[in-house]
Ligand binder design. Structure first.
Ligand code: SIN
Length: 587
């Protein structure tokens, strides 16, 4: 008995010693350091037998909110102009920035270069290796596993859930949303209720034709047709979930206005992701962040039977599932891979979030999937110079022009992205100015964000703007006067711009310095029109599906602005339905 008590005492002493050691030794710039003397390990880790934090860190975040309030409440108290608690990322985990045992780091700094202070913050910590497996690997069961929580992933999951499947979404990043959350300009769709209300004449055939011409006819025609044919019902589907896509504008390569976005022209991605997040939460769909799928599992006959996941805290485990859907995006944020396929893009900035590294494509090819169009990588003409901030094509769609260092226009601003980017790269400094007036600014709410981020130069007159930009004032004045004449006569004799919605006449005048940046990878896993992943022998891999940017064929050589969100939602719906058919054994 005495020995037993002594043992207990020793164990308690050891636990206190190791906890103290943890406080003392770990986490310069971490939550541990910040809460020293104010909190106990159990506040985050629980007081059960196991010291455990779930991979999504949901329990820790509940604790943060309990003491500090929600992000929104925190945002209201912040005095800075640019504040992470009020960011476009929406309701995200506190632990995306404030880390438990490693240096805290503002997640936004992955893309922005703000001078941002974070309590007890430090430099970006090296990524922590996931927890090691102890004993036998645990196994769970689901009907459908979705890899990646962007718009395609959420759409797939909600569709499959609503058709009766038990769905798990696995996301490697600490936040959901993927690149979709950054999508700016809008969602292309033809023959929608919103176009009809505005008297816009469009057709599925015209959207298909624009998509094929924009893609240099390299597109898989069947996939491009699916995109066009289902686009209006995808807008209806999102609207039924609570999205607002009532504003309709134009992006490059489109013959008519068909780019749908929220009223006033706000960015489409953050809005849609918030709607999808809420719908997934309302349905209690199981979403696991900080979790990486490391392997797709097959049986001896080549049927997909599940995935192996590596959880940040829980370590490796298997989920058995009859259907796996890859919605993990493209690889624009993987500079080595971009340079491998396109050496000429080496060193170029990207507009993408840090998770866009192409892992989903690798997971597919590891089980024999074929790929298509991997070399087709899109550079977007207007990324704010010296940054990763995309300036949406909708600014040009609403009337802005591109001007070079000599103060002259040099291209049809509404041409396709490949052509506009090539034209900018041929100018002095491989850059240009996106020039607009107060009229354009008032027409598109998302422009306010660029002022907020301090990216805009301005002048009370065109000459004033020229002085701010250090471009020849006479040339800039002549350029704008000529453009306004073209607007009036509805003919752009010099560059054949097809749509000039308003003159540039209303002071003030504004400009943003822009350079092309890697934006989108058109290539990826080969799929059928049912979103089945195709193997090298041309046959679908049983149980494996894919949707979104990680698939190839929809866009050919060049994607039209606004076709990406459209693709994620349309093919996400198809993938969700196909996965459920597979689970139910229906073909
Ligand atoms: C943009 O708004 O220019 C980007 C959106 C897209 O890539 O479709």
């Amino acid at each position: 008995m005495r020995r037993f008590r002594l043992g207990l005492l020793m164990a308690a002493v050891l636990m206190v010693m190791s906890a103290t050691a943890l406080w003392a030794a770990e986490g310069k710039g971490s939550l541990v350091e910040l809460h020293k003397g104010k909190a106990k390990c159990a506040d985050c880790h629980g007081s059960g037998k196991k010291i455990a934090v779930d991979d999504s860190e949901a329990s820790v975040n509940k604790g943060c909110i309990g003491c500090h309030g929600t992000l929104e409440e925190m945002g209201k108290h912040s005095k800075e102009e640019v504040n992470p608690h009020r960011s476009h990322l929406g309701e995200i985990n506190c632990t995306a920035c404030h880390h438990g045992h490693t240096a805290s780091y503002v997640y936004c700094l992955n893309c922005h270069s703000f001078d941002m202070k974070i309590p007890a913050g430090g430099a970006k910590a090296a990524e922590k290796a996931p927890a090691k497996q102890k004993g036998k690997m645990r196994t769970e069961k689901a009907d459908v596993v979705v890899i990646g929580a962007g718009a395609a992933g959420f759409t797939t999951a909600i569709t499959a859930h609503d058709a009766g499947a038990k769905v798990v979404i696995i996301e490697k990043q600490p936040i959901t949303g993927g690149n979709s959350m950054l999508a700016a300009g809008g969602m292309n769709a033809a023959e929608t209720v919103f176009q009809k209300k505005k008297g816009i004449k469009d057709s599925v055939e015209l959207m298909y034709k624009d998509t094929m011409v924009g893609g240099g006819e390299l597109n898989d025609p069947a996939l491009a047709m699916i995109l066009a044919k289902n686009s209006a019902s995808s807008v209806d589907w999102l609207t039924s979930l609570g999205a607002d896509l009532s504003d309709v504008g134009r992006m490059g390569g489109a013959s008519v206005d068909r780019t749908h976005r929220p009223k006033g022209g706000s960015a489409v991605g953050a809005h849609i992701i918030n709607v999808l997040r809420k719908n997934a939460a309302d349905r209690k769909i199981d979403i696991r962040m900080n979790s990486k799928v490391v392997k797709i599992v097959e049986d001896a006959k080549g049927n997909v039977t599940g995935v192996v996941v590596e959880g940040k805290h829980s370590g490796p485990y298997t989920i058995n599932a009859k259907a796996v859907v890859i919605t993990a995006g493209g690889f624009s944020a993987n500079p080595e891979r971009v340079a491998y396929y396109r050496p000429e893009y080496k060193g170029m900035t990207t507009s993408n979030q840090p998770g866009a590294t192409g892992d989903g494509i690798d997971l597919g090819t590891a089980v024999g999937a074929d790929v298509k169009d991997m070399k087709e990588i899109q550079i977007h003409p207007t990324v704010a110079a010296g940054s990763r901030i995309l300036i949406t094509e909708a600014v040009r769609g609403n009337g802005a022009i591109l001007v070079n260092q000599e103060g002259k226009r040099f291209v049809n601003e509404l041409t396709t992205r490949d052509k506009a980017s090539a034209a900018i790269l041929a100018q002095t400094g491989k850059s240009a100015y996106l020039v607009f007036d107060e009229g354009v600014r008032q027409s598109l709410k998302q422009i306010d964000g660029y002022f907020h981020l301090d990216l805009v130069q301005q002048g009370a007159t065109v000459r004033g703007l020229a002085a701010a930009l250090k471009v020849p004032a006479d040339a800039l004045e002549a350029t704008i006067a000529n453009y306004n004449k073209a607007v009036e006569t509805k003919t752009d004799a010099e560059f054949k711009r097809p749509d000039m919605p308003r003159p540039l006449k209303t002071p003030k005048y504004y400009a943003i310095a822009v350079k092309p940046g890697v934006h989108y990878t058109m290539g990826g896993l080969k799929i059928t029109t049912e979103s089945e992943v195709v193997a090298k022998d041309g046959k679908p891999i049983p149980g494996l599906f894919a949707a979104g940017e990680g698939t190839g064929g929809v866009h050919g050589k060049n994607r039209l602005g606004g076709n990406s969100i459209s693709q994620t939602v349309t093919f996400g719906r198809i993938a969700g339905a196909s996965a459920v058919k597979c689970v139910k054994g229906v073909k």
